[in-house]
Write a protein that binds this ligand. Structure first.
Ligand SMILES: O=C(O)CCC(=O)C(=O)O
Ligand SMILES: [Fe+2]
Length: 304
């Protein structure tokens, strides 16, 4: 078992991870690469089927998303292949292990197709969880997954990661030492903690660098992509239950993400009642407190 010692931030101690495993590497270094996580041909087929979508997508607006970078969202609706990436057992298992420390279960933060075009400058080094205004170091708020949809090389803008920056407080100039350039083949996957500094590199080749990004976040956070608006209930009904839950069709204790006072999965039933009771969904912290108080209050009513 790994998960102890000075090579792990305090907040991540005690997670069971076999030494040298991707999970151990993620909590020690702040990132990890799993080689050959899916067959290369699956990824290359997916990439081909997205040619038209990338073609139609305008360049991003603003220096963070990048004037020479194309991005589109709602990947599950645009690429049926992407469900296998979002639900990849090992990757999702790792995200659940990390984020499960601070929530009942994670939700999908975003899915994105990204194409870094020739001439694109390097992206600003950043922590993804800087999007939420909470101090760094308390908890991990997201885990970001990069699935290259073609080769990632130093020349074409492979993601750059600054190892062990998940130990450091966030500063305005987060660029520290030399980054690791995550060169990868289609089928490989890069996992980066929300607290680890990383960025897309500059593309100095004549060919775009393409990837699918899947990001998971704490189940009680406001996600980057509003999943309830991104996918209609009719579309979500066609997905497997675990994927439905990742899109927010499962309430999170205590009483978060409800629909008409209940678990939002009720919306996926053939018939949705118009008049519903509001139901308690309490956290393990609140439940005994509420139960004890309710018992005393009932006794007082009975005695009066
Ligand atoms: O495209 C990449 O390599 C990284 C992109 C990224 O980190 C982001 O958009 O947040
Ligand atoms: Fe990022």
């Amino acid at each position: 078992m790994s998960g102890e010692g000075a090579n792990i931030p305090e907040r991540l101690k005690g997670i069971e991870a076999a030494p040298g495993s991707p999970l151990a590497c993620l909590i020690e270094e702040g990132y990890c690469i799993i080689r050959g996580a899916v067959p290369a041909d699956d990824i290359l087929g997916m990439a081909r089927r997205l040619d038209e979508r990338f073609e139609q997508t305008p360049f991003s607006v603003g220096p963070f998303h990048g004037h020479r970078t194309k991005r589109f969202h709602r990947l599950l609706a645009r690429s049926p292949d992407s469900a296998a990436l979002v639900m990849h057992p090992e990757v999702l298992g790792i995200a659940r292990t990390i984020l499960g420390r601070w929530c009942d279960f994670p939700e999908l933060n975003l899915t994105q197709g990204v194409e870094v075009h020739p001439g694109a400058p390097a992206q600003i080094p950043h922590c993804d969880q800087a999007m939420w205004p909470a101090p760094k170091g308390l908890m991990e708020m997201s885990v970001n997954i990069m699935w290259p949809l073609g080769r990632f090389t130093a020349e074409n803008g492979a993601t750059r990661v600054w190892p062990r920056t998940h130990f450091k407080p966030q500063t305005a100039d987060d660029v520290l030492a030399e980054p690791v350039v995550c060169e990868m083949e289609p089928g490989d996957v890069l996992l980066v903690l929300g607290s680890t500094v990383h960025a897309a590199g500059a593309n100095r080749t004549a060919v775009p660098r393409r990837a699918a990004i899947v990001s998971y976040c704490l189940g009680w956070l406001k996600a980057y992509e509003n999943q309830s608006l991104a996918y209609s209930p009719e579309f979500v009904r066609t997905l497997e239950p675990e994927l439905q839950a990742l899109l927010g069709y499962r309430w999170h204790r205590p009483n978060l993400g409800t629909y008409d006072g209940q678990c939002p999965s009720i919306l996926l039933a053939a018939e949705v009642p118009d008049a519903l009771a509001t139901v308690d969904s309490l956290s393990p912290f609140h439940e005994p407190l509420v139960a004890a108080f309710a018992e005393r209050a009932m006794a007082e009513v009975a005695a009066s």
